[in-house]
Design a protein around this ligand. Structure first.
Ligand SMILES: Nc1nc2c(ncn2[C@@H]2O[C@H](COP(=O)(O)OP(=O)(O)O)[C@@H](O)[C@H]2O)c(=O)[nH]1
Ligand SMILES: [Mg+2]
Length: 398
């Protein structure tokens, strides 16, 4: 019988404690807080008549509180509407001020003076100066002239509209998305010459995917300088991604291999492999890169993307670099950085035309969210948008 007695005593004690707690809660809600509760209640339930002063007692207050629990944790000021995320078009428009002020404005100006032989020559020159490439510029202009003739186009405005259409068409590809694996850890190998923006872009990509709820691992396979490893690690911390690293000077292929094993063991969604890009010894660099890919793929299967990072401000020189990399590894897509920093922009067309590789992602600045999937419509529109609509570019006149 003793255990039963004990249980009864415990139950009694519990009842007393709970009752005491309820009374204490009610007391806390009683006047003088009453005025505040009323005031908040008026906001939350406006149809309730305010009680006359003096008729308030503990009972009604307690009932009030129990019936309107929201009064205990009142919403502060009505929440501000969340800031609208910028649309892709808006982002391109804001960041392409330089190219717009140069390429876009130059072409619009030429066409505004009418469609003449000189105008066509000047358009050709403007495209070449914007890094579209000589051959491509000549072809684009001759195709355009023909269509203008065929379609009986008379105004510069119409000709400009047609040029935009031709550029959009030039940039259209079937699929620009970064490839993902259905099951297991997706592997993206990131290559390119030093200084083009590999590490920064990896940080931005990582952030984009961690904020979508994915687990991301970075492999620091640029082992040449300790600073390069630390830079990647810093980006990883910012992005919420773990970095797999070895000591400075370690075999980059071993780091990539370990990166994959670690990512797979952790069930990570995405592995991003950073690599070195010192062009001083091109042969050694390319040998190293193909070894990284070979060793990585032995463990991970084919890389889902081999991204070549190109710096838009290096123009045609970047294309020569690209060819060297394409000999060492099968590049599947270009990540074009510093589009915000170039007054040219035609490099986008040159890359796709001359290398036959789609620009998949672009860098639009140095911040973690300055990365966008390449969108040809938004790009062409931004190049030719009214300069007056430019809001975010302070040094666009370069
Ligand atoms: N304006 C601008 N700067 C960039 C962009 N991407 C990278 N950078 C800068 O380019 C420099 C080199 O970048 P880093 O990632 O270290 O290049 P890596 O040597 O290829 O790894 C850094 O100062 C970056 O901030 C971009 O899209 N726009
Ligand atoms: Mg780097």
């Amino acid at each position: 019988m003793e255990p039963l007695l004990l249980a009864v005593v415990i139950a009694l004690v519990l009842v007393v404690v709970i009752a005491g707690g309820v009374v204490a809660v009610r007391r806390r809600q009683a006047p003088p807080d009453r005025g505040v509760v009323d005031h908040l209640d008026d906001r939350a339930v406006p149809e309730v008549e305010p009680e006359p002063e003096g008729e308030t007692d503990e009972r009604t207050t307690a009932v009030d509180v129990l019936e309107r629990p929201e009064a205990e944790a009142p919403p502060a000021a009505p929440p501000a509407p969340p800031a609208e995320p910028l649309t892709t078009r808006e982002r391109f428009r804001r960041r392409l001020g330089r190219a717009r002020n140069n390429l876009g404005a130059t072409i619009a100006d030429i066409f505004s003076r009418g469609i003449t032989d000189e105008a066509w020559d000047e358009i050709e020159e403007a495209l070449i100066a914007a890094d579209v490439g000589v051959e491509a510029s000549l072809e684009l202009v001759s195709g355009l002239r023909e269509r203008v003739r065929e379609e009986g186009i008379r105004t510069g405005e119409e000709a400009l509209a047609l040029l935009k259409e031709v550029l959009r068409l030039e940039l259209s590809v079937a699929d620009r998305r970064l490839a993902r694996r259905e099951d297991g850890t997706t592997v993206w190998l990131v290559t390119g010459v030093n200084g083009t923006g590999k590490t920064t872009s990896i940080g931005k990509l990582a952030a984009r995917h961690t904020s979508a709820g994915e687990a991301v691992v970075l492999a620091a396979a640029d082992t040449f300088r300790a600073a390069a490893i630390e830079q990647l690690e810093t980006w990883g911390e910012r992005a919420g991604a773990r970095t797999v690293r070895h000591a400075q000077g370690a075999d980059p292929a071993a780091v990539a291999f370990d990166g994959y094993q670690s990512a797979r063991a952790a069930g990570a969604d995405l592995l991003l492999v950073d690599t070195a890009g010192r062009l001083q010894n091109k042969k050694a660099l390319m040998d190293e890169l193909s070894k990284v890919k070979r060793v990585l793929e032995r463990e991970a299967g084919p890389c889902d993307e081999v991204l070549l990072v190109l710096d838009a401000t290096t123009g045609q020189n970047g294309l020569a670099q690209a060819r060297a990399f394409m000999e060492a590894v099968d590049v599947s897509g270009v990540l074009l950085t510093k589009l915000d920093g170039t007054a040219r922009g035609g490099i986008v067309i040159a890359i796709q035309r001359q290398l036959g590789i789609p620009v998949k992602v672009v860098g639009l600045g140095e911040s973690i969210d300055d990365l966008a999937d390449f969108d040809p419509d938004a790009f062409v529109e931004a190049l030719f948008a009214e300069v007056a609509q430019d809001v975010d570019v302070d040094e666009g006149g370069a």
